[in-house]
Design a protein around this ligand. Structure first.
Ligand code: KIV
Length: 307
């Protein structure tokens, strides 16, 4: 298989020459061209701009924002309105990446009608190009309904954080051979329902590789080894902004939290010692205007005559 982006043809154009917004079809085309998919989460305009400029092809507005932005213990308290708000912010900072917005807990599980209505809001108000839902065979009919309404859907299997109360703390799923076989069946069901990609979270590497080989749509792993068609990580984990804990599946490429706290200490010391703001950060009146200003302060009645 070809591994360079130049070899990746989507809708008649090599992907690296495509200037417009990428679509779910482009992401599928990347798998078929053997081009791995490096995806990241983003929750705001500034980080989205950086990722988009770096060429990240898929940005997820994940409900992980519950933890890394809101400081909650799980993703469950995140609401649809919050994802819409963050998705809009990310959309303003993005020109090329496909934006996938997470459907929060209970915005799609109760009925396909709920799912359609809520997914539509993520596309229209949130300006996302696709949505993501957790679950396999159980959710496949809902995925099918959304896809036939023109909504690209990404699945999510393995550890599904919205089931944290049922599954417990994040840990590898599908260790039992029979569970691993169910996972393969779930992936197949999502593919048949029309999903364009599947996130595989905390799945044993051999199982993730097998799933990736058995379906034509890309798998995007997180803690599932190198056999997936792509990888997704949380912005705050990868760049060292979230320090409550470091999941084993993450590699810190930066330690931004440490740099910010050093800089914040320096800033505080500079303000206290009057080293900041300095002349470069300050604008002032010229000498004549200053004289006039002072004389007016002393004799305010002159202000009528000088106007
Ligand atoms: O919400 C999120 O960030 C996610 C990732 C773990 C894939 O679903």
């Amino acid at each position: 298989m070809e591994s360079s982006p130049a070899g990746c043809i989507s809708q008649g154009k090599p992907l690296d020459m495509k200037t417009g917004q990428l679509t779910a079809r482009d992401i599928v085309a990347m798998k078929h061209a053997g081009h791995r998919i490096a995806a990241l989460t983003a929750y705001d305009y500034t980080s989205a701009q950086m990722l988009d400029a770096a060429g990240v092809p898929l940005i997820l507005i994940g409900d992980s924002l519950g933890m890394v932005v809101q400081g909650e213990d799980t993703t469950l308290p995140v609401t649809l309105d919050q994802i819409i708000y963050h998705s809009r912010c990310v959309a303003r900072g993005t020109r090329r990446a496909l934006l996938v917005a997470d459907m929060p807990f209970m915005t799609y599980q109760a009925s396909p009608e709920d799912a359609l209505r809520n997914a539509a809001r993520l596309l229209t108000e949130g300006r996302a190009g696709a949505v993501k839902v957790e679950g396999g065979t159980d959710i496949a009919p809902t995925v099918r309904r959304m896809v036939s309404a023109g909504i690209p859907v990404c699945g999510h299997l393995g550890f599904t954080p919205q089931s944290a109360h049922a599954l417990g703390a994040p840990r590898i799923q599908g260790r039992e051979p029979s569970d691993a076989v169910s996972l393969v069946a779930d992936a197949k069901a999502l593919e048949l329902a029309g999903a364009f990609a599947i996130v595989l979270e905390l799945v044993p590497a051999v199982v993730a590789r097998e799933v990736s080989q058995r379906i034509a749509i890309p798998t995007i792993g997180i803690g599932s080894g190198p056999g997936c068609d792509g990888e997704i990580q949380l912005f705050h984990d990868l760049f060292g902004l979230y320090t409550d804990f470091l999941p084993r599946h993450t590699r810190r490429y930066l330690n931004v939290a440490q740099e910010i706290s050093t800089a914040a200490r320096q800033y505080t010391a500079d303000v206290i010692a009057r080293r900041f703001p300095g002349p470069e950060q300050t604008s002032d009146l010229g000498p004549q205007a200053q004289d006039k200003f002072r004389s007016l302060l002393e004799c305010p009645e002159n202000s009528q005559t000088t106007q």
